[in-house]
Design a protein around this ligand. Structure first.
Ligand SMILES: Cc1ncc(COP(=O)(O)O)c(C=O)c1O
Length: 450
Protein backbone atom coordinates (compact mmCIF):
# COMPACT_ATOMS: atom_id res chain seq x y z
CA UNK A 1 0.00 0.00 0.00
CA UNK A 2 1.49 3.42 -0.95
CA UNK A 3 2.47 5.49 2.07
CA UNK A 4 2.39 9.26 2.39
CA UNK A 5 5.15 10.74 0.30
CA UNK A 6 6.80 13.06 2.77
CA UNK A 7 9.98 13.37 0.73
CA UNK A 8 8.48 14.61 -2.51
CA UNK A 9 10.97 16.85 -4.30
CA UNK A 10 10.10 20.51 -4.35
CA UNK A 11 9.33 21.67 -7.89
CA UNK A 12 10.91 24.76 -9.40
CA UNK A 13 9.12 27.70 -7.89
CA UNK A 14 8.50 29.53 -11.15
CA UNK A 15 8.01 27.19 -14.05
CA UNK A 16 7.21 30.11 -16.31
CA UNK A 17 10.87 31.03 -16.28
CA UNK A 18 12.28 27.51 -16.40
CA UNK A 19 10.01 25.96 -19.01
CA UNK A 20 9.46 28.98 -21.20
CA UNK A 21 13.09 30.03 -21.58
CA UNK A 22 12.51 32.92 -19.22
CA UNK A 23 11.49 35.31 -21.92
CA UNK A 24 9.65 38.45 -20.96
CA UNK A 25 7.29 37.76 -23.87
CA UNK A 26 6.20 34.39 -22.51
CA UNK A 27 5.70 35.83 -19.02
CA UNK A 28 3.50 38.52 -20.54
CA UNK A 29 1.49 35.99 -22.51
CA UNK A 30 1.00 33.84 -19.38
CA UNK A 31 -0.31 36.92 -17.57
CA UNK A 32 -2.59 37.67 -20.54
CA UNK A 33 -3.95 34.14 -20.44
CA UNK A 34 -4.78 34.46 -16.74
CA UNK A 35 -6.38 37.85 -17.28
CA UNK A 36 -8.53 36.67 -20.18
CA UNK A 37 -9.72 33.56 -18.28
CA UNK A 38 -10.60 35.65 -15.21
CA UNK A 39 -12.44 38.12 -17.47
CA UNK A 40 -14.40 35.21 -18.99
CA UNK A 41 -15.38 34.08 -15.48
CA UNK A 42 -16.57 37.59 -14.64
CA UNK A 43 -18.59 37.77 -17.85
CA UNK A 44 -20.29 34.38 -17.69
CA UNK A 45 -20.33 32.90 -14.19
CA UNK A 46 -22.60 33.87 -11.30
CA UNK A 47 -20.37 35.96 -9.08
CA UNK A 48 -20.91 34.12 -5.78
CA UNK A 49 -17.24 33.56 -4.90
CA UNK A 50 -14.36 35.93 -4.12
CA UNK A 51 -11.43 34.34 -5.93
CA UNK A 52 -7.90 35.71 -6.41
CA UNK A 53 -6.82 36.19 -10.05
CA UNK A 54 -5.13 32.79 -10.43
CA UNK A 55 -6.29 29.95 -12.67
CA UNK A 56 -5.09 26.47 -11.73
CA UNK A 57 -4.65 23.73 -14.27
CA UNK A 58 -2.65 20.99 -12.56
CA UNK A 59 -1.59 19.64 -9.21
CA UNK A 60 0.94 17.20 -7.83
CA UNK A 61 1.03 16.13 -4.18
CA UNK A 62 0.80 19.30 -2.09
CA UNK A 63 1.59 21.54 -5.09
CA UNK A 64 -0.76 23.40 -7.41
CA UNK A 65 0.31 24.86 -10.77
CA UNK A 66 -1.43 27.78 -12.45
CA UNK A 67 -1.80 28.59 -16.14
CA UNK A 68 0.96 31.17 -15.82
CA UNK A 69 3.38 28.42 -14.76
CA UNK A 70 3.68 29.39 -11.10
CA UNK A 71 3.45 26.74 -8.43
CA UNK A 72 1.96 27.10 -4.97
CA UNK A 73 2.22 25.03 -1.82
CA UNK A 74 -1.42 24.17 -1.13
CA UNK A 75 -2.25 24.52 2.57
CA UNK A 76 -5.98 24.64 1.80
CA UNK A 77 -6.42 21.18 0.17
CA UNK A 78 -9.65 22.43 -1.43
CA UNK A 79 -10.98 23.25 2.07
CA UNK A 80 -9.84 20.03 3.75
CA UNK A 81 -10.79 17.83 0.79
CA UNK A 82 -7.65 16.64 -1.05
CA UNK A 83 -6.48 14.29 1.71
CA UNK A 84 -4.14 12.44 -0.67
CA UNK A 85 -2.99 15.65 -2.34
CA UNK A 86 -3.34 16.33 -6.04
CA UNK A 87 -3.02 13.75 -8.82
CA UNK A 88 -2.38 10.84 -6.47
CA UNK A 89 -1.40 8.00 -8.82
CA UNK A 90 -3.37 5.25 -7.06
CA UNK A 91 -6.51 7.40 -6.83
CA UNK A 92 -6.19 8.56 -10.45
CA UNK A 93 -5.71 4.97 -11.67
CA UNK A 94 -8.78 3.74 -9.75
CA UNK A 95 -10.95 6.55 -11.16
CA UNK A 96 -9.65 5.96 -14.70
CA UNK A 97 -10.24 2.22 -14.42
CA UNK A 98 -13.75 2.67 -13.01
CA UNK A 99 -14.57 5.17 -15.76
CA UNK A 100 -13.93 2.45 -18.33
CA UNK A 101 -16.26 0.06 -16.48
CA UNK A 102 -19.29 1.86 -15.06
CA UNK A 103 -19.92 5.49 -14.09
CA UNK A 104 -23.63 5.66 -13.29
CA UNK A 105 -26.73 3.53 -12.93
CA UNK A 106 -28.65 5.62 -10.34
CA UNK A 107 -30.00 3.99 -7.20
CA UNK A 108 -32.42 1.94 -9.26
CA UNK A 109 -29.80 -0.83 -9.13
CA UNK A 110 -27.04 -2.28 -6.98
CA UNK A 111 -23.42 -1.71 -8.02
CA UNK A 112 -20.29 -3.14 -6.47
CA UNK A 113 -18.27 -0.05 -5.33
CA UNK A 114 -20.88 1.42 -2.97
CA UNK A 115 -21.43 -1.96 -1.32
CA UNK A 116 -17.69 -2.42 -0.73
CA UNK A 117 -17.38 1.18 0.54
CA UNK A 118 -20.32 0.72 2.92
CA UNK A 119 -18.77 -2.48 4.29
CA UNK A 120 -15.48 -0.66 4.92
CA UNK A 121 -17.16 2.31 6.63
CA UNK A 122 -19.25 0.07 8.86
CA UNK A 123 -16.26 -2.15 9.72
CA UNK A 124 -14.12 0.83 10.71
CA UNK A 125 -16.66 2.91 12.65
CA UNK A 126 -19.37 2.80 15.32
CA UNK A 127 -21.99 2.53 12.58
CA UNK A 128 -24.29 -0.32 11.64
CA UNK A 129 -25.40 1.28 8.38
CA UNK A 130 -24.45 4.03 5.96
CA UNK A 131 -26.41 6.24 3.59
CA UNK A 132 -24.66 8.01 0.69
CA UNK A 133 -25.17 11.60 -0.47
CA UNK A 134 -23.38 13.98 -2.86
CA UNK A 135 -21.99 16.69 -0.55
CA UNK A 136 -21.65 17.76 3.04
CA UNK A 137 -24.83 19.80 3.05
CA UNK A 138 -26.75 16.85 1.59
CA UNK A 139 -25.39 14.54 4.28
CA UNK A 140 -26.64 17.02 6.91
CA UNK A 141 -30.05 17.29 5.22
CA UNK A 142 -30.36 13.51 5.23
CA UNK A 143 -29.34 13.27 8.90
CA UNK A 144 -31.92 15.91 9.85
CA UNK A 145 -34.65 14.03 7.97
CA UNK A 146 -33.61 10.75 9.60
CA UNK A 147 -33.71 12.41 13.04
CA UNK A 148 -37.25 13.62 12.44
CA UNK A 149 -38.41 10.24 11.20
CA UNK A 150 -36.71 8.61 14.19
CA UNK A 151 -38.52 10.94 16.58
CA UNK A 152 -41.76 10.25 14.80
CA UNK A 153 -41.46 6.45 14.91
CA UNK A 154 -39.29 5.60 17.91
CA UNK A 155 -40.67 8.31 20.17
CA UNK A 156 -44.19 7.36 19.28
CA UNK A 157 -45.28 10.63 17.76
CA UNK A 158 -47.76 10.46 14.93
CA UNK A 159 -49.32 12.99 12.62
CA UNK A 160 -52.31 13.02 14.95
CA UNK A 161 -50.23 14.04 17.98
CA UNK A 162 -50.22 17.68 19.05
CA UNK A 163 -46.50 17.93 18.21
CA UNK A 164 -47.19 17.25 14.56
CA UNK A 165 -50.42 19.14 14.16
CA UNK A 166 -48.48 22.16 15.39
CA UNK A 167 -45.82 21.47 12.77
CA UNK A 168 -43.94 24.56 11.75
CA UNK A 169 -45.35 26.79 14.45
CA UNK A 170 -44.58 27.38 18.10
CA UNK A 171 -47.25 26.44 20.61
CA UNK A 172 -49.59 29.40 20.84
CA UNK A 173 -49.69 29.48 24.63
CA UNK A 174 -46.03 28.80 25.42
CA UNK A 175 -44.23 29.93 22.29
CA UNK A 176 -42.28 26.64 22.43
CA UNK A 177 -41.66 24.67 19.23
CA UNK A 178 -43.09 21.17 19.21
CA UNK A 179 -40.55 18.57 20.22
CA UNK A 180 -40.73 16.95 16.84
CA UNK A 181 -39.02 20.04 15.43
CA UNK A 182 -36.51 20.95 18.10
CA UNK A 183 -32.87 20.72 17.12
CA UNK A 184 -30.03 22.08 19.25
CA UNK A 185 -27.03 23.43 17.33
CA UNK A 186 -24.21 25.72 18.47
CA UNK A 187 -22.95 29.23 18.14
CA UNK A 188 -20.14 29.30 15.58
CA UNK A 189 -21.49 26.18 13.82
CA UNK A 190 -21.34 25.70 10.06
CA UNK A 191 -23.28 22.83 8.52
CA UNK A 192 -23.80 23.92 4.91
CA UNK A 193 -25.73 26.23 2.59
CA UNK A 194 -28.91 24.33 1.74
CA UNK A 195 -31.97 25.56 3.61
CA UNK A 196 -32.04 22.82 6.28
CA UNK A 197 -28.29 22.85 6.88
CA UNK A 198 -28.29 26.65 6.80
CA UNK A 199 -30.99 26.68 9.48
CA UNK A 200 -28.49 24.95 11.80
CA UNK A 201 -25.63 27.24 10.69
CA UNK A 202 -25.10 30.07 13.09
CA UNK A 203 -23.38 32.90 11.22
CA UNK A 204 -25.93 35.68 10.64
CA UNK A 205 -24.24 36.77 7.39
CA UNK A 206 -24.95 33.37 5.81
CA UNK A 207 -28.57 33.30 7.02
CA UNK A 208 -29.80 36.85 6.78
CA UNK A 209 -30.91 37.01 3.14
CA UNK A 210 -32.66 33.65 3.10
CA UNK A 211 -35.30 33.76 5.82
CA UNK A 212 -37.60 32.10 6.57
CA UNK A 213 -35.35 29.18 7.42
CA UNK A 214 -36.45 25.85 8.90
CA UNK A 215 -37.92 26.66 12.31
CA UNK A 216 -37.17 25.05 15.65
CA UNK A 217 -33.38 25.30 15.85
CA UNK A 218 -32.02 26.52 19.18
CA UNK A 219 -28.40 27.72 19.28
CA UNK A 220 -26.45 27.18 22.50
CA UNK A 221 -22.96 28.53 23.26
CA UNK A 222 -20.24 26.08 22.12
CA UNK A 223 -18.24 24.37 24.87
CA UNK A 224 -20.60 25.64 27.58
CA UNK A 225 -21.73 22.51 29.42
CA UNK A 226 -24.38 24.18 31.55
CA UNK A 227 -25.93 26.17 28.73
CA UNK A 228 -26.07 23.07 26.52
CA UNK A 229 -27.68 21.03 29.29
CA UNK A 230 -30.33 23.72 29.68
CA UNK A 231 -30.94 23.98 25.91
CA UNK A 232 -31.35 20.20 25.45
CA UNK A 233 -34.79 19.42 26.85
CA UNK A 234 -37.24 16.59 26.32
CA UNK A 235 -38.55 18.68 23.44
CA UNK A 236 -35.23 18.13 21.65
CA UNK A 237 -35.13 15.51 18.93
CA UNK A 238 -31.44 15.83 18.11
CA UNK A 239 -28.22 17.71 18.85
CA UNK A 240 -25.98 18.57 15.90
CA UNK A 241 -22.35 19.43 16.65
CA UNK A 242 -18.92 19.63 15.00
CA UNK A 243 -16.33 17.99 17.28
CA UNK A 244 -13.93 20.62 15.94
CA UNK A 245 -15.72 23.67 14.60
CA UNK A 246 -14.46 24.44 11.09
CA UNK A 247 -15.78 27.76 9.80
CA UNK A 248 -16.16 28.76 13.44
CA UNK A 249 -12.37 29.05 13.73
CA UNK A 250 -11.00 25.52 14.23
CA UNK A 251 -12.22 25.37 17.81
CA UNK A 252 -12.14 21.86 19.34
CA UNK A 253 -14.96 20.78 21.61
CA UNK A 254 -13.72 20.02 25.09
CA UNK A 255 -13.84 16.47 26.39
CA UNK A 256 -16.28 17.55 29.10
CA UNK A 257 -18.57 19.20 26.54
CA UNK A 258 -18.79 16.16 24.26
CA UNK A 259 -19.46 13.83 27.17
CA UNK A 260 -22.07 16.22 28.57
CA UNK A 261 -23.85 16.28 25.18
CA UNK A 262 -23.92 12.49 25.04
CA UNK A 263 -25.23 12.21 28.59
CA UNK A 264 -27.89 14.87 28.08
CA UNK A 265 -29.06 13.33 24.79
CA UNK A 266 -29.40 9.97 26.54
CA UNK A 267 -31.33 11.58 29.37
CA UNK A 268 -33.94 13.18 27.10
CA UNK A 269 -34.01 10.58 24.30
CA UNK A 270 -32.42 12.85 21.68
CA UNK A 271 -30.00 11.75 18.97
CA UNK A 272 -26.39 12.97 18.94
CA UNK A 273 -25.40 13.84 15.36
CA UNK A 274 -21.75 14.67 14.73
CA UNK A 275 -20.75 16.78 11.75
CA UNK A 276 -17.34 15.32 10.85
CA UNK A 277 -17.51 16.70 7.33
CA UNK A 278 -14.35 18.75 7.88
CA UNK A 279 -12.72 17.08 10.89
CA UNK A 280 -13.35 13.42 10.01
CA UNK A 281 -11.50 10.81 7.95
CA UNK A 282 -7.96 11.26 9.23
CA UNK A 283 -7.77 15.06 9.41
CA UNK A 284 -7.21 14.95 13.19
CA UNK A 285 -4.75 12.07 12.98
CA UNK A 286 -7.60 9.76 14.00
CA UNK A 287 -9.92 8.16 11.49
CA UNK A 288 -12.92 9.80 13.17
CA UNK A 289 -12.77 12.79 15.50
CA UNK A 290 -15.22 11.12 17.91
CA UNK A 291 -12.51 8.55 18.66
CA UNK A 292 -10.52 11.30 20.42
CA UNK A 293 -13.43 11.89 22.76
CA UNK A 294 -14.51 8.34 23.47
CA UNK A 295 -18.10 9.29 22.71
CA UNK A 296 -20.39 7.06 20.64
CA UNK A 297 -22.66 9.09 18.34
CA UNK A 298 -26.00 8.11 16.81
CA UNK A 299 -25.12 9.56 13.41
CA UNK A 300 -21.96 10.98 11.82
CA UNK A 301 -21.97 13.08 8.65
CA UNK A 302 -18.97 12.75 6.33
CA UNK A 303 -18.11 14.35 3.02
CA UNK A 304 -15.15 16.49 1.94
CA UNK A 305 -12.15 14.09 1.76
CA UNK A 306 -14.05 10.85 1.37
CA UNK A 307 -13.61 10.53 -2.41
CA UNK A 308 -10.36 12.53 -2.59
CA UNK A 309 -11.99 15.48 -4.40
CA UNK A 310 -14.93 13.87 -6.17
CA UNK A 311 -18.30 14.95 -4.71
CA UNK A 312 -19.66 12.60 -2.07
CA UNK A 313 -21.37 12.66 1.31
CA UNK A 314 -22.27 9.94 3.76
CA UNK A 315 -24.30 9.49 6.93
CA UNK A 316 -23.13 6.77 9.31
CA UNK A 317 -25.80 5.61 11.73
CA UNK A 318 -26.79 3.05 14.33
CA UNK A 319 -29.33 0.34 13.63
CA UNK A 320 -31.76 2.15 15.95
CA UNK A 321 -31.79 5.17 13.61
CA UNK A 322 -31.81 3.06 10.45
CA UNK A 323 -34.82 1.10 11.70
CA UNK A 324 -36.95 4.24 11.46
CA UNK A 325 -36.27 4.74 7.75
CA UNK A 326 -38.39 2.98 5.14
CA UNK A 327 -37.96 2.46 1.41
CA UNK A 328 -38.85 5.71 -0.36
CA UNK A 329 -38.20 8.00 2.62
CA UNK A 330 -35.11 9.58 1.02
CA UNK A 331 -33.05 9.30 -2.15
CA UNK A 332 -30.83 10.90 -4.75
CA UNK A 333 -30.06 10.23 -8.41
CA UNK A 334 -26.28 10.45 -8.17
CA UNK A 335 -25.54 9.44 -4.57
CA UNK A 336 -23.34 6.40 -4.05
CA UNK A 337 -22.42 6.19 -7.74
CA UNK A 338 -19.75 3.70 -8.84
CA UNK A 339 -17.12 6.29 -9.81
CA UNK A 340 -17.09 8.27 -6.55
CA UNK A 341 -17.38 5.16 -4.40
CA UNK A 342 -14.47 3.46 -6.15
CA UNK A 343 -12.41 6.62 -5.46
CA UNK A 344 -13.59 6.63 -1.85
CA UNK A 345 -12.46 3.05 -1.34
CA UNK A 346 -8.92 4.13 -2.20
CA UNK A 347 -9.04 7.17 0.10
CA UNK A 348 -10.59 5.29 3.00
CA UNK A 349 -8.06 2.46 2.80
CA UNK A 350 -5.16 4.92 2.80
CA UNK A 351 -6.40 7.22 5.58
CA UNK A 352 -7.40 4.26 7.79
CA UNK A 353 -3.85 2.92 7.88
CA UNK A 354 -2.47 3.41 11.43
CA UNK A 355 0.94 4.42 9.99
CA UNK A 356 -0.72 7.08 7.81
CA UNK A 357 -2.64 8.44 10.82
CA UNK A 358 0.54 8.48 12.93
CA UNK A 359 2.25 10.49 10.16
CA UNK A 360 -0.63 13.00 10.18
CA UNK A 361 -0.25 13.44 13.94
CA UNK A 362 3.54 13.87 13.60
CA UNK A 363 3.22 16.48 10.81
CA UNK A 364 0.55 18.27 12.84
CA UNK A 365 2.84 18.40 15.87
CA UNK A 366 5.67 19.72 13.71
CA UNK A 367 3.33 22.40 12.32
CA UNK A 368 2.24 23.52 15.79
CA UNK A 369 5.81 23.52 17.13
CA UNK A 370 6.98 25.55 14.13
CA UNK A 371 4.19 28.09 14.53
CA UNK A 372 4.88 28.50 18.25
CA UNK A 373 8.61 28.80 17.58
CA UNK A 374 7.91 31.81 15.34
CA UNK A 375 7.35 33.66 18.62
CA UNK A 376 5.16 36.17 16.78
CA UNK A 377 3.53 38.73 19.07
CA UNK A 378 0.55 38.66 16.67
CA UNK A 379 -0.27 34.99 17.31
CA UNK A 380 -2.95 34.83 19.98
CA UNK A 381 -3.65 31.09 19.91
CA UNK A 382 -2.63 27.93 18.04
CA UNK A 383 -5.17 25.10 18.37
CA UNK A 384 -6.71 22.07 16.74
CA UNK A 385 -5.65 18.48 16.18
CA UNK A 386 -3.58 16.65 13.58
CA UNK A 387 -3.48 18.66 10.35
CA UNK A 388 -6.47 20.81 11.30
CA UNK A 389 -4.71 23.73 12.94
CA UNK A 390 -6.21 27.16 13.65
CA UNK A 391 -3.94 30.15 14.18
CA UNK A 392 -5.74 33.04 15.83
CA UNK A 393 -4.12 36.42 15.19
CA UNK A 394 -4.57 39.86 16.65
CA UNK A 395 -4.98 41.27 13.14
CA UNK A 396 -7.21 40.49 10.13
CA UNK A 397 -6.06 37.38 8.28
CA UNK A 398 -6.83 38.72 4.82
CA UNK A 399 -3.51 40.57 4.53
CA UNK A 400 -1.65 37.47 5.74
CA UNK A 401 -3.39 35.25 3.19
CA UNK A 402 -2.59 37.71 0.37
CA UNK A 403 1.08 38.01 1.40
CA UNK A 404 1.48 34.23 1.73
CA UNK A 405 -0.05 33.70 -1.71
CA UNK A 406 2.41 36.18 -3.19
CA UNK A 407 5.16 34.09 -1.59
CA UNK A 408 3.71 30.88 -3.04
CA UNK A 409 1.73 29.38 -0.13
CA UNK A 410 -2.06 29.08 -0.27
CA UNK A 411 -3.93 29.67 3.01
CA UNK A 412 -7.55 30.24 3.99
CA UNK A 413 -9.19 31.96 6.94
CA UNK A 414 -12.03 31.06 9.25
CA UNK A 415 -13.67 34.32 10.19
CA UNK A 416 -11.81 37.60 10.53
CA UNK A 417 -8.82 36.58 12.61
CA UNK A 418 -8.18 32.86 12.31
CA UNK A 419 -5.94 31.20 9.73
CA UNK A 420 -7.02 27.63 9.17
CA UNK A 421 -4.27 25.30 8.12
CA UNK A 422 -5.57 22.14 6.45
CA UNK A 423 -2.90 20.89 4.03
CA UNK A 424 -3.19 17.58 2.20
CA UNK A 425 -2.61 14.78 4.70
CA UNK A 426 0.42 13.62 2.65
CA UNK A 427 2.28 16.91 3.28
CA UNK A 428 6.01 16.45 4.00
CA UNK A 429 8.16 17.76 6.86
CA UNK A 430 9.94 20.03 4.41
CA UNK A 431 6.64 21.45 3.14
CA UNK A 432 5.42 22.04 6.70
CA UNK A 433 8.64 23.95 7.46
CA UNK A 434 8.33 26.01 4.30
CA UNK A 435 4.72 26.93 5.06
CA UNK A 436 5.62 27.93 8.63
CA UNK A 437 8.43 30.20 7.40
CA UNK A 438 6.14 31.86 4.83
CA UNK A 439 3.34 32.27 7.41
CA UNK A 440 5.79 34.01 9.76
CA UNK A 441 6.91 36.40 7.02
CA UNK A 442 3.34 36.98 5.86
CA UNK A 443 2.20 37.86 9.40
CA UNK A 444 5.07 40.36 9.68
CA UNK A 445 4.26 41.85 6.27
CA UNK A 446 0.54 42.15 7.06
CA UNK A 447 1.22 43.61 10.51
CA UNK A 448 3.51 46.21 8.91
CA UNK A 449 0.73 47.66 6.76
CA UNK A 450 -2.15 47.14 9.17
C1 LIG B 1 -18.34 21.19 9.15
C2 LIG B 1 -18.99 21.33 7.80
N1 LIG B 1 -20.23 20.87 7.62
C3 LIG B 1 -20.85 20.96 6.44
C4 LIG B 1 -20.24 21.55 5.36
C5 LIG B 1 -20.95 21.64 4.04
O1 LIG B 1 -20.34 20.81 3.10
P1 LIG B 1 -20.53 21.06 1.53
O2 LIG B 1 -19.83 22.34 1.21
O3 LIG B 1 -19.91 19.85 0.88
O4 LIG B 1 -22.00 21.14 1.28
C6 LIG B 1 -18.95 22.06 5.50
C7 LIG B 1 -18.29 22.74 4.37
O5 LIG B 1 -17.37 23.49 4.53
C8 LIG B 1 -18.30 21.95 6.76
O6 LIG B 1 -17.07 22.41 6.94
Amino acid sequence: MPMPNHDAPKPDRDLATTTSAGSAASAASAADRTASLVAADRATVLQAYARPPIVFERGEGAWLFDVAGRCYLDFTAGIAVNALGHADPELAAAIADQATRLIHTSNLYHTTPYIRLAQRLVRRSFADRVHFANSGAEAIEAALKFARKHARTVRGESEASPAWTALGQPDEATGVWSRAWRLVAFEGAFHGRTIGALSATHKPAYRASFAPLVPGVAFAPFNDVEAAAAAITDETLAVLVEPIQGEGGYVPATLAFMHALRARCDAVGALLILDEIQCGLGRTGHLFAYEMYGVKPDMVCLAKPLAGGLPIGAVLMTEAVAAAIAVGDHGSTFAGGPLVCRAAEVVLDRVSDPAFLAAVRARGMRLVEGLLALGSPHVVDVRGAGLMIGVELDLPVKGVIDAAREAGVLLIGAGERVLRLCPPLIVSDEQVDEAVAVIGQAIDAAAGVW
